[in-house]
Design a protein around this ligand. Structure first.
Ligand SMILES: NC(=O)c1ccc[n+]([C@@H]2O[C@H](COP(=O)([O-])OP(=O)(O)OC[C@H]3O[C@@H](n4cnc5c(N)ncnc54)[C@H](OP(=O)(O)O)[C@@H]3O)[C@@H](O)[C@H]2O)c1
Length: 294
């Protein structure tokens, strides 16, 4: 089993590389050696590697900068994934791709399901939604997992940022009016590996197995949290806190902090579809966070 992994240096890709080791040979590529916004390079790489499956963990993920770098965000998150899907389809290779809760506007009051209409309120969300659409136009054999509030101990996530702030500030103000699913990148990697393993042991070509399950699935932790709840739990669960000077976390409102991109106020995703389709389980965000931090 040869797996072509796009985006090797990202926080999710890192977890995928280690988690997929027992599943198959992982050939990983990343920018600048491989550029997903280069159509020719995509076709050449897929041809040269000749993988059994492609997993795209690359993305333009700077939500605020995307507001001023719209063209670049669209090329990486929308055009590239479409070209990748076309290259895969032409060789009957299935594709796994990741999208985001930011495709939604956040006005719903209950968790979003896959059939809810996206309505992104920032360029990043729009680019990721276009990416979903372009993949679905090009191939009928792709699983698109919508993730949310991804973190790990590597990379630039809310968790790593908060741990830095805790060393620098005695008081930290965190918004309590953005609600979502803090999701550990390792959980996503392991769910991906578990689903891929189901495909490998099925007695049919991988492409057909994926084609039968082609579509979008929400894949996040269970429960829901505000950023304030999340911050409080980071502090509770992090064991090595000798260097912290923080002594209080106060609540704040989104409107108090200017950011170039708007954030959806409520982007909790309902994961029933993935649980039923692949018999996976979705663990509560606090359990994922405790394990990650410890
Ligand atoms: N982070 C979140 O909170 C979150 C939430 C929901 C969904 N997601 C989705 O989850 C997936 C993984 O996210 P992540 O947090 O692991 O992202 P990440 O850490 O930002 O990693 C993305 C990787 O893609 C690479 N990349 C950027 N431009 C590229 C290009 N033109 N060609 C090839 N590679 C390129 C980046 O390289 P450079 O570092 O050199 O740019 C980086 O290694 C993405 O699809 C993202 O949209 C993330």
């Amino acid at each position: 089993m040869k797996i072509l992994l796009i985006g090797e240096k990202g926080q999710l890709a890192w977890e995928l590389i280690r988690t997929l080791m027992p599943v198959g040979e992982v050939v990983s590529v990343d920018y600048p050696q491989f550029d997903i916004s280069d159509k020719t390079q995509i076709a050449d790489t897929v041809k040269a590697v000749a993988p059994d499956i492609v997993i795209n963990a690359s993305a333009y993920t700077n939500v605020d900068l995307a507001e001023t770098e719209k063209e670049k965000a669209m090329a990486i998150n929308a055009d590239g994934p479409g070209w990748l899907a076309a290259a895969c389809a032409s060789k009957k290779i299935p594709l796994i791709h990741y999208s985001t809760d930011f495709v939604f506007d956040g006005t719903k009051k209950t968790p979003y399901v896959e059939t809810d209409q996206p309505n992104p309120i920032n360029v990043y969300g729009l680019s990721k939604w276009r990416g979903e659409q372009s993949i679905q136009q090009e191939t009928g054999s792709a699983l698109i997992f919508r993730l949310a509030w991804l973190y790990s101990m590597r990379g630039n996530s809310f968790v790593t940022k908060f741990l830095e702030w805790a060393k620098k500030y005695e008081t930290i103000r965190i918004v309590d009016d953005q609600i979502g699913n803090p999701t550990w990148a390792r959980f996503v990697a392991e769910a991906t590996a578990a689903i891929l393993s189901q495909a490998i042991i099925a007695e049919k070509p991988l492409y057909n197995w994926f084609a039968e399950r082609n579509g979008i699935y929400h894949l996040t932790s269970g429960g829901e949290a505000s950023r304030y709840d999340w911050a409080k739990r980071i502090l509770d669960f992090f064991p090595q806190n000798e260097n912290f000077i923080i002594n209080e976390i106060l609540t704040a409102k989104t409107i108090e902090f200017y950011t170039p991109a708007l954030r959806p106020p409520f982007s909790v995703l309902n994961c029933d579809r993935i649980v039923k389709s692949f018999n996976t389980s979705v663990t509560h965000w606090e359990n994922q966070l405790r394990l990650c931090l410890q």
